[in-house]
Design a binder for this molecule. Structure first.
Ligand code: SF4
Length: 485
């Protein structure tokens, strides 16, 4: 079918331009809908006019991606997985990044403490907040009451989405019944348990994972669950470590995604999950000294799954504070893989204030490449350096390349000085140039009519530079004597 155009969507709208959806025109609404900024339900005409029901259903069908999205959890931490339209990010964009769930055992005495730690874990990286997406509660105890108790505790202490993991349907559904208002994912329905678990999922409108190591069986399990009425399914074809098994694991994920997106197979058209946490069940780990090596194996599996578009992964490593390195690796990789290739990585040029700068506060010059400007700003904030940041338009290119390519030039920075007037904020005319741009310092003095100091090559060196080399009064004396000549 392919991606619909705004015109395809527009043809199904009311075309009255009534503005009740918040958009000025139905055409603007059509574009917003295509970009997933709004939902069909936001058009009051389509929703309230019974005569338009046919068009509404046609529109919903038209805009539903070939791999349908599934929501786990409720409230602001609810996570949407899947819902992709393309196999490769560069073909359009990925809309929903891999959901990272951390496994915790139902008999873990530190369950509460671990859940609170994971719920609060927030990492700010280049202007984005990185977090884990939820908890996968595993029934290790084999005991129904223990599982129920742990699920209840988990739901009480945090608003993180929950996956209930237990292959015994009686135990799984007993816990699910207690916390169903939290919209947990039921993990998992198999060829032996699909009816009991599927019926419960349908009756309670809950997402359900289907598991089979045989792809054909998995797809037919999905078809059966859909016939039963299931509206949210996640597919798991198994995760296997060891020689030969890795390739099978990745191959199955790619096969499912290809069937969903390229072949538009409605039974494969659901998010795909992987469970690197099974490493610890599949491997004999008896040497604590080598713990990190085992953790590495699991993390590498998770990282590869992220990079091949797996919709959701369950990790074991990451539940302890000491494992933060593992989550950092997974979350930063995910941030890169799932960034939108249509958004140019640039920030607006201008003068940015850091802290409460005084009259003699320094002015640092940098590029408008997002990955340069934001880390520099964060380094300055982290070191409590109150200052001004003059961001020149380098067409979104980092300093080293922009100096070589001419985008970070004396004339360009001179124009930025004229346009944004950084010297109006201070009582000096000093600019601090990144060390990587030292060669344009002379020309910049002329272009900006300023005293130019060459700073460190990397913004992490700014605190030391401020301690040892920032002497504004001396610089200004030099500037004034140079001015008189
Ligand atoms: S509410 Fe519906 S009919 Fe009105 S402008 Fe929006 S899309 Fe058009």
């Amino acid at each position: 079918m392919g991606r619909p155009s705004p015109l395809d969507i527009y043809s199904l709208l009311d075309k009255s331009n009534c503005k009740e959806c918040g958009y000025d025109t139905c055409m603007a609404f059509a574009t917003g809908l295509l970009e997933r900024k709004i939902h069909v339900k936001d058009c009051t005409h389509l929703m309230n006019d019974s005569k338009q029901a046919k068009k509404r259903n046609k529109l919903i069908k038209l805009i539903t991606p070939p791999q349908k999205p599934v929501i786990i959890g409720t409230g602001e931490r609810a996570v949407t997985v899947g819902g992709e339209e393309v196999l490769m990010r560069h073909q359009l964009t990925y809309y929903n990044e891999t959901g990272i769930f951390i496994e915790i055992a139902d008999d873990d005495p530190d369950l509460e403490q671990k859940v609170k730690y994971l719920a609060d874990l927030t990492i700010n990286r280049i202007g984005e907040v990185l977090q884990v997406n939820g908890i996968a509660l595993r029934n290790v105890s084999g005991d129904k009451e223990q599982f129920k108790l742990a699920a209840k505790k988990l739901a009480d202490v945090s608003n993180l989405p929950i996956i209930l993991c237990c292959l015994n349907p009686d135990i799984l559904l007993a816990a699910a019944a207690d916390i169903k208002e939290k919209n947990p994912l039921l993990y998992a329905a198999t060829k032996d348990t699909w009816e009991q678990i599927g019926t419960f999922a349908v009756q309670n409108n809950l997402p359900v994972a289907a598991v089979s190591t045989n792809i054909d069986e998995l797809v037919s399990l999905s078809a059966t669950l859909q016939q039963l009425g299931a509206k949210s399914i996640i597919l798991d074809a198994g995760t296997y470590f060891g020689p030969g098994n890795l390739a099978v694991t990745y191959d199955n994920i790619i096969k499912l995604r290809t069937a969903a997106i390229n072949k538009e197979d409605v039974n494969a058209g659901w998010p795909v999950m992987g469970v690197p946490a099974v490493y610890w069940a599949q491997t004999k780990v008896d040497d604590k000294k080598d713990l990190w090596r085992h953790q590495f194996e699991e993390i590498i599996m998770g990282a590869i799954m992220e990079s091949i578009g797996t919709s959701l992964i369950i990790m074991h490593t990451g539940q302890e504070k000491d494992d933060i390195w593992a989550l950092l690796a997974l979350m930063t990789l995910r941030q890169s893989v799932y960034s939108d290739p249509r958004i140019y990585p640039a920030v607006d040029p201008g003068v940015y204030k850091v802290g409460e700068p005084g009259d003699m506060a320094p002015i640092f010059v940098t590029s408008n490449y997002r990955m340069t400007k934001i880390p520099v700003e964060q380094d300055l904030q982290g070191a409590n350096i109150a200052c001004w940041l003059l961001v020149a338009d380098t067409e979104g290119i980092g300093i080293e390349s922009a100096v070589a390519g001419g985008q970070f030039s004396a004339s360009g920075i001179g124009e930025a000085v004229n346009e944004f007037k950084p010297f109006d904020n201070v009582k000096h005319r000093i600019l601090i140039l990144p060390g990587m741009a030292a060669r344009i310092s002379g020309a910049l003095e002329d272009e900006a009519n300023a005293f130019v100091v060459v700073g460190p090559r990397d913004s992490s060196g700014i605190p030391k530079f401020m301690d040892t080399q920032w002497k504004p009064e001396e610089f200004m004396k030099e500037y004034e004597s140079w001015e008189k000549e």
